[in-house]
Design a protein around this ligand. Sequence first.
Ligand SMILES: Nc1ncnc2c1ncn2[C@@H]1O[C@H](COP(=O)(O)OP(=O)(O)OP(=O)(O)O)[C@@H](O)[C@H]1O
Length: 674
Amino acid sequence: MLSKINDKNLLKEKEILKNLFKNISKNKSTLFNAGAGAGKTYSLIECLKYVIREEGRNLENKNKKVICITYTNVATNEIKERLGNTNLILVSTIHERIWSLINNKLYQSKLVEIHFEYTKEKIKEENEKLKKNKKYLLYNKEEKSYINEIISKTNIKIQFLNKDNFEEELKKENISDEIFFDMKVTNFKEIYKKLKKISKLENCLKEIENKKYKNIEYTPLFNFDVLHKMKISHDTLLEYGYRMIKKFDLLKQIIIDKYPYIFIDEYQDTDEKVVKIMNLLDEYSKKINHKFYVGYFGDYVQNIYNSGVGESIKELHTDLDNVYKKYNRRSAKEIIEVANKIKKNEFPQESIYEDSDGGTIEFFSGKEEEIKAFLEKVEKEWNITQDSPLHCFILTNKLIAEYSGFQDIYDFFYKSDYYKKNYNQLTSELFSNDMTKLGSIPSFFFRISKFLNDLQNEKTFVTDIFSKVYRGKNLKQLRTLKKIMVEIRNSKKETLNDYLEKIFELYNRNEDLDYKKIVKNVFQIEDISLENIKKYIIQELFDDEYGNNINEVENFLKIEINQYFNWYRYLIEEKGEKIYYHTYHGTKGREFENVVIIMENSFGRNNKNLFFDFFKNYNKKIEEKDLKKHNEARNLLYVSVTRAIKNLKIFYIDDISEFSGNIKKVFGDIKKFQ
Ligand SMILES: Nc1ncnc2c1ncn2[C@@H]1O[C@H](COP(=O)(O)OP(=O)(O)OP(=O)(O)O)[C@@H](O)[C@H]1O
C-alpha cells in the first residue's frame, strides 16, 4: 500500500512544484493552498532548496537572508533536518522574527514612541470602562476625584484584603476617610485595581517623557503585557510590529532589502496582523521597484485557531498568485474519501498512488465509560506495540488528563479563576507539546517537574542538570553539588510539596553556589521560598483574596509527585508508550499509522454542541450566522481525520440518533460497541 506512484500524477506534481519555483524567480508572491497530506511542508522545503540553489551565493555575498516562519516545533525540526546546516535560512516562529525585525538599536526609540501611543490609547479605554462601571457610578464627581487621588498614592496589597482587616489596612496607608470605609471591600478592590492600573500607565508615560524608560522588552513566556513596565507579550508584539512597519518606510526598505524571500508555513493559523505586515512589504517593494517575494503555504480548511486568518487572507493580501494541488501523499484512499466528504467537495483530493486502497475506517457508537474497553480491543486488533503505537485523540482536556494520569493537576487549573475566564487557553497552556505555548504557572511547574524527573534519571541527570555547570569546575566543587542532588533524589518524597521543602531546606542550609544557581534557574522567582511560590500562584491564577484560595493552592502542591511526572511525560511525549493521547489541536501537521478519535457532541464549555450541530446540519445550507461555528467543527474534524495514514476508528460517546443518517453519509456503517 502507498508504494507505487502513478506516472501521470507524478508529472503533474512536478509541474506544480515548477510553478512554485517560477513564481519565486519572478518575485511573484504566492498562495499555495492544498489539502491535508498534499506535501505542503515538503514543497516549502523544496522551495527553500531552490532559493539556496539559484540565489544562495548571491544572497550570501550581499549578507541577505531568507525568512521561514513555522507554526509548530514539528515543522521547524523537519525543515532544519531536511535542509541541514545553513546560515542562509532563518527558521523561527513569527513572534521571534517580528521581534528581531523591530528590536534593533536604530528603532528602539521609535518602538518606545509606538508604545507611548498605544499606552495612551489603553488609558483612554480604561477610563471609558471605568465611566461605565456600576460601582464607580455610585460616587459623585468630587468623591471620584478624591478616590482617584488617594488611590494613586497608595500601595495596598489588595489580594490580602478582606472585610475583617479592611479598615485597619486602609488606616496603615493613611486613609481614614468614611468614603472608603463605607465601600464594600469587593467594590473597593475592583475600583482600586482599575484606578491603580490607570495610574501606573500614566506614570509610565511620564517616565518615557523624562527619558527614564528607554527600552521595550518582549516577554515571550508571559501571556499578558505589563505595559507600565514597558513589557509586551505576543499579541501586542504583532500589533507594535504592524504599527512600526506601517509608519516607517525606511524600516520597510531595510526589511525587504535584507530579507528578499519570506516563506510562511500554515498560513491559515497566522494572525491577520502578520498578513497585513507582509502586504505592506509587498506593496512597498512594488512601489520602489525592489525584488521581494512572500510565499504562503497552507490550507484554509485546516484553520483551527480563532486568531488565524483562514480564508480571509485573500482580502488582506490582495495581489497573490494562487497555486493549488489536489494530490494526497499521506493516506489510504478510504481515509481521503471520508476527508473529502467532511470538507464537502471543496477541491476534493485524490491519492497520488496507484495502490492507495487498503486502509480501514470504522465508526462506532458507544459511551464514555466504554472508552477503556474500546481501546483495549483496538490494541489487540491492530497489534499495537511500542514500535507501532496507537494515537488516540480526545476532545475534552479532562479525559486526556484522566487517561494520562494527571487529573488532579488538571482539576486545579480548570477551577482557577484565570482559566475559568480563559477556558479556551487551557488546551494550549496546559497540554501543549510546544513548551513555548505553556501558560506562566504551567511552565513554572513544567520546569520543576523536569528538574525532579531529570534527577530521577541517571542519564538526563548528568547531561541536563550537570553539563551547564560542569565546565571549569574542579572535582571537589562537583562532588559537593552531586551530594546535594543525590540527597534530593534519595529522599524519595511522595508529594511535590515535600520535594519543594527538601529543595528549599538544602537551599537555605547550603552555601554551594552552583546548587543555588540551578535552583534559581528552575524557579525563576525572587526570594525563593514555599510561601512565595504560593503567592505567585495566587497572583497569577486567582482574582481575589489570599485567604480564600490558599487551601486550593496548598492541596495542589500536595498532589502526589507521580501526577507531576505523568503530566511532564505527556508534554514531552516520552517514547516507549503503547498509547498516546492528544488533543485534536495538538495533532496539527502530524501523521500516524493508527488513529482512534473519541468524539462527542460538545467541545468544552464554550462550544456546546459543536459536532452535534455539524452533523445535524451536514446536508443543509448553513445560515450566515451559523457559518463560523459550522466551519470550526468542519476544520477540527478535517484536521483530525486526515492525520491517519492507514487505520482510523471513530468512537462517538454521545447519543447520535438525531443525526445517524448523516453520520452514515460521511463514515459509512455505524457499529455498536459491545
Ligand atoms: N514530493 C514528495 N516526495 C516524497 N514524499 C513526499 C513528497 N511530498 C510529500 N511527501 C510526504 O507526504 C507526507 C505528507 O506531506 P506533508 O506533511 O508535507 O503534507 P502537508 O500538506 O504539510 O500536510 P498537512 O496539511 O496535513 O500538515 C509526508 O510524509 C511527506 O514526507
